[in-house]
Design a protein around this ligand. Structure first.
Ligand code: ZN
Length: 257
């Protein structure tokens, strides 16, 4: 039995966010550390949750392409595709947080399903397999949202945003900036400067293990970046994302609301 990410129960965003905040609070009590970025997801997985975290070529291990991560729930073992260890810390951290999301949100559901299934879970067939091609299913979106909430806690993102941009949200009306995409003197909120807006918040809040793309979507989810263009923020990042053609760090608006 492999987790069917289409059929997992619907969950409200607030419940997912609360689950991530609960985990952070437990981690803070356990470790004696404050909840400040960068959130040490690998330490939370290994030290607090007691899950073995490994890196491997999952395409070879499982015999299927485009796998980002996999979790063997019974064995308490997570494997992240070693191709993500290519220097882009943001994608790696986000995927770890995503697997934790499955662990926290879907573990009980999976055990229930497994109890009624004659299929054996083998080393080659983990119960949770996360593929780029399934990124828009409900369960994958939930795990993505959990990951975003975990590595970019709402209060810390708001604090960093307010430091840089003040109290009001930024509203994007245009695709292109009036001053140019990388103008060092002025930043005009637009689709082509969303990456710069995200970078400023990352720098202000010390979110070193978060990608600009993930932060831009988090700002949008938190209502700090309002996109009125009718176009997806993904157009700001597409040229920079060769591995992941369909963004898995983006929620499909219709799937969980
Ligand atoms: Zn997944």
């Amino acid at each position: 039995m492999i987790l069917d990410t289409v059929k997992v129960p619907w969950l409200p965003q607030t419940q997912i966010e609360n689950a991530a905040n609960d985990l952070l609070r437990h981690w803070a009590n356990f470790s004696g550390r404050e909840i400040i970025p960068p959130i040490p997801v690998e330490a939370i997985v290994e030290k607090y949750l007691g899950i073995t975290l490994e890196y491997d070529k999952l395409e070879n291990l499982l015999g299927i392409p485009d796998v980002l991560g996999a979790t063997w729930v019974e064995e308490k073992r997570m494997v992240i595709n070693s191709s993500l260890l290519d220097g882009r810390q943001g994608r790696f951290t986000f995927t770890c947080g995503h697997e934790v999301g499955h662990w926290v949100l879907h573990r009980k559901y999976l055990f229930k399903q497994t109890a009624h299934s004659p299929d054996a879970v083998t080393k080659k067939n983990p119960p949770v397999v996360c593929r780029v091609s399934a990124a828009k299913t409900r369960g994958e979106w939930q795990a993505d949202y959990f990951s975003a909430s975990l590595i970019m806690p709402g209060p810390t993102v708001r604090e960093a945003f307010h430091k840089v941009f003040g109290g009001d949200p930024l509203v994007i009306f245009n695709r292109n900036s009036c001053f140019g995409r990388n103008n060092p003197l002025a930043l005009d909120p637009s689709l082509d400067t969303a990456h710069q807006i995200a970078k400023n918040v990352i720098d202000a809040g010390q979110f070193q293990n978060v990608s600009k793309e993930a932060m831009a979507y988090r700002l949008e989810d938190l209502g700090l970046l309002v996109n009125e263009t009718g176009l997806s923020l993904s157009s700001s990042f597409q040229a920079k994302k060769p591995f992941c053609k369909n963004s898995r760090e983006r929620k499909p608006k219709s799937s969980n609301t």
